[in-house]
Design a protein around this ligand. Structure first.
Ligand code: KIV
Length: 279
């Protein structure tokens, strides 16, 4: 069954946690989908995690489209969410055009970073029936890669609660809470009708999102992430063993090669000899 926004809202109502992971390629999308993840998310973190960029601000629409197309081919059931990259949603007209490009290429919804300044954009997208996920707290496109915790002072906490409500009123169907104190995330989660998806925002959000590289152990994860695999180490070991095997004649072995039938080989050799005589 293809998961849609009604399915995700029902999960919130039934207090069932929503599972989200970032995804940047086809084989990982197949695995996430098979494993039953709710939302597969093509994040602009593709820039720093896959493309070797210094920050999310370098990620372009073309980058996102390229990865969306790969991920889309692997998704059957999950809800497919994609980030609007830096400066792709500066005004309503541009945001609608870019979001439609993503929808035309298989996305179910778009996520955009920002606070009250993004309310008119969320309204415009919603008016075009484009499903939007808002994203508040730490916003890499605005604050850069160094993530501070949000919602630690009374005024900042009130502000976050008001911003979340304004974005939901504008039509956002989901909201990511990134690096927000657990208590304020809980208040936002209990106040809003739409699901909250936390990353470094504590235990009481309606769902959790993590970067796939962080759970696999590729690179250095943030404190809020949890490593479930030591991919870097496993990959390094595999590469080193391959180099060793090739250098020592242990790869390829007979089971890795294909042969021509002896009779046919004899005919090729005979032909080669006659060719040599003709030279
Ligand atoms: O791009 C990203 O990885 C994000 C996080 C919130 C998961 O936006």
């Amino acid at each position: 069954m293809k998961k849609d926004i009604t399915y995700l809202h029902t999960k919130k109502q039934q207090k069932q946690p929503i599972t989200v992971l970032t995804c940047y390629d086809y084989p990982t999308a197949c695995m996430q989908d098979d494993a039953g993840i709710d939302i597969i998310f093509v994040g602009d973190s593709v820039g720093t995690n896959i493309l070797g960029y210094k920050s999310e601000m370098e990620v372009t629409m073309a980058d996102m489209l390229h990865h969306l197309k790969a991920v889309r081919r692997g998704v059957t059931e999950a809800y497919l969410l994609i980030d609007m990259p830096y400066a792709s949603d500066r005004n309503a007209k541009q945001a609608v055009a870019n979001a439609n490009l993503f929808l035309d290429n298989g996305a179910d919804a778009v996520k955009l970073e920002g606070g009250t300044e993004k309310v008119p954009i969320v309204t415009a997208l919603t008016e075009q029936n484009i499903e939007v996920c808002a994203h508040i707290g730490h916003n890499p496109q605005i604050h850069g890669t160094k993530a501070a915790t949000h919602g630690k002072t009374v005024s900042k906490a009130k502000q976050l609660i008001q911003i979340a409500a304004a974005l939901a009123d504008a039509g956002a169907k989901l909201i990511v809470l990134e690096k927000i104190t657990e208590e304020i995330s809980q208040i936002i989660t209990e106040t809003l009708d739409i699901p909250t998806i936390g990353i470094g925002a504590g235990r009481y959000c309606n769902g959790q999102v993590l970067v796939i590289n962080d759970i696999l152990g590729i690179g250095t994860p943030f404190k809020h992430a949890k490593r479930y695999q030591d991919y870097d180490h496993l990959t390094f070991e595999a590469i080193s063993q391959y180099i060793y095997d090739v250098e020592n004649g242990d790869f390829p072995r007979d089971e890795n090669v294909s042969h021509i039938a002896t009779g046919k080989l004899a005919r090729v050799q005979k032909w080669l000899e006659s060719e040599r005589c003709n030279i």
